[in-house]
Design a protein around this ligand. Structure first.
Ligand code: ZN
Length: 290
């Protein structure tokens, strides 16, 4: 299945458009993605046994994030060797976990306002969506807890991210619109090998990042096992799984996003998300990171 959030309602992509889940199920499932993800097995059974269609036409600009309001958002730093090297840090022995605050989650095709600090960077990432509560899960069974996968961008303002004395990863990566995801939530049966997908991103058409998800240091089952050993993962939770090399801050000279830039991020089998950037104005109350 390919699921979308079309005008704030969960829908299934079919040949000629999108089928609204709440309408097609006569209200058995509501329009909210999080409610459906909380009854994921029941929903999958219903979808498999139902004649879906006809669909309604749609455009990318109408799409919100397939999971617009997750309860928990996990993100993993330095999860690709070449990215750890370009960041001049040691390969981590444990997953480097931080959060992106849920209000930064945005749809796949949006305009992002650049904050005044200025050092805004790109990070294409595979995003995992949890489909069942996971606690003390072994890596061997961990894919069972995954509802599906999405394309994501872990957009990052580097000055605030690294501001001391305690690095502000979570805040520097949580400006409004900094966590675009989508365009679809794709279930694992749609993919030949969900553990080995090509991912890349371009700025104004020029490729800046390229890798494969099989190059992760801690793969998706490792991450679910690690996180669920600490706290429960809940249906609808999302995990940004880290970015391959090629980020702007590691370039010589560094390169950051500017007004008018277009960022496109793609993952094999999952689609493409697209952001345009415009310069924001300074809030009178802003305390800028140096
Ligand atoms: Zn990242």
């Amino acid at each position: 299945l390919r699921l979308v959030n079309l005008n704030r309602r969960f829908g299934i992509v079919v040949e000629d458009g999108v089928v609204d889940v709440a309408e097609a199920s006569d209200g058995r499932f509501g329009p909210e993605p999080l409610g459906v993800l909380s009854r994921w097995d029941e929903f999958r059974e219903w979808a498999a046994s139902t004649e879906l269609g006809p669909g309604k036409p749609w455009t990318a600009q109408e799409l919100g994030s397939p999971v617009p309001n997750p309860r928990q958002v996990f993100a993993i730093g330095l999860n690709y060797r070449a990215h750890a090297t370009e960041a001049e840090t040691a390969v981590p022995e444990l997953p480097a976990v931080f959060t992106k605050f849920p209000a930064s989650i945005a749809g796949p095709d949006i305009t992002v306002t650049l904050p005044p600090e200025g050092n805004v960077d790109w990070e294409v990432e595979l995003v995992v969506v949890i489909g069942a509560e996971a606690r003390y899960v072994a890596p061997e069974g961990a894919w069972k807890y995954v509802a599906g996968l999405m394309v994501g961008q872990d957009i990052s303002e580097r000055k605030r991210q690294l501001a001391g004395p305690v690095a502000q990863f979570s805040l520097g990566k949580s400006y409004e619109g900094f966590s675009p995801t989508g365009p679809y939530l794709v279930t694992l049966d749609e993919l030949a090998d969900p553990a080995d997908l090509a991912l890349s991103c371009t700025v104004n058409g020029e490729e800046v990042q390229s890798g494969r998800t099989s190059q992760m240091i801690f793969d998706v089952p490792d991450l679910i096992a690690h996180l669920s050993s600490v706290l429960p993962l809940l249906p609808g939770d999302v995990i940004f799984t880290g970015t391959p090399s090629g980020v702007g801050v590691a370039r010589n000279p560094p390169r950051f996003l500017a007004e008018g830039d277009v960022l496109e991020s793609s993952i094999e089998g999952l689609g493409t998300i697209r952001q345009r950037f415009k310069q924001g104005s300074l809030s009178p109350w802003a305390v800028l990171a140096k």
